[in-house]
Ligand binder design. Sequence first.
Ligand code: AMP
Ligand code: MG
Length: 339
Amino acid sequence: MKNHTILAIETSCDETAVAIINSNREILAHEIISQTEHKIHGGVIPEVASRAHMEHLGYLVKNAIKTSGLNFIDLAAIAATSGPGLIGGLMVGTMMAKAISHAIKKPFIAVNHLEAHALVIRLLHKVEFPFLVLLISGGHCQFLIAQDIGKYIKLGKTLDDSIGEAFDKIARMLGLGYPGGPIIEEFAKHGNGKRFNFPRAMIKRQGCDFSFSGIKTAVKILLKRLKLNERNICDICASFQECVSDILLDRVNNAITMAKSLNFTLNDFVISGGVAANNFLTENLKKHIYLNILSPPKHLCTDNAVMVGWVGIERLQRGYINSIDFAPKAKWSLEDYIY
Ligand code: AMP
Ligand code: MG
């Protein structure tokens, strides 16, 4: 099959990223900026994020083209994350992709951000459909069966906060900065995970939905009577991770049972999204779950444009391209995919 090269854009949250990759699985360029504007707020401010995407995207596209050594006319298509996410950022990235696509007369591909997290593993490993996906990021938390490109069954989701949000909010309460995940993982290494027994919501219940808002409240109540010294911070971080780990294990077992009851025979279990960068959580699952567990490397777990480019390649190979009037969607469930 002919080698195709794609330029891909990610702007759905607080990463502005541009990648150029080809169907031979070569990453020719990856320019990424994690916006630091949000650090003082301890969370992403949508309007600030859109403005930062506008400021950075143009020169990141130029840099990516320069690094790849290609010209725009060498590209086979342009892909952009067109949902779900913060609508301002999605519009900036999608408009840029459409403008390039129109100028070079090559197809535009609207990529679902969740599909990008779910499929990037296929850029790196031979993972065949169907497989189980646990998508855990700053804004998303769900179990999926990936049946094919564009074909997903959602088995469960969070009823309130995502896991990444729980990490970020607890880090903020502890005065540790943003994003909270990597910092909490580091402090937890020096803490006693058995000291505080945070609530394991949903455990032993049917299905594989999650709820994380109760842990946040438990930490808040605990902090009213506890001094914020290093020992306490480390123990809270370790106990929080222990709690999340127990919840994940229980929910994963139920998700596997649900997949079986739907007659799916699964070998591979892909954990992706920013929280998949957490070694404590993934190693614990590897110890207890019999499926072949795979996670992308850390820089492809958190938001990036390589994953968008890979979905672009997979979709282009099937002829799944989009019309130039495709409108970005703030909400876009993988179960509502068109193809
Ligand atoms: P994403 O939304 O995919 O860009 O991922 C960002 C989210 O992943 C944020 O909520 C981070 O706190 C979280 N995250 C990143 N690294 C880690 C880690 N090592 N442990 C837990 N959460 C993490
Ligand atoms: Mg992000």
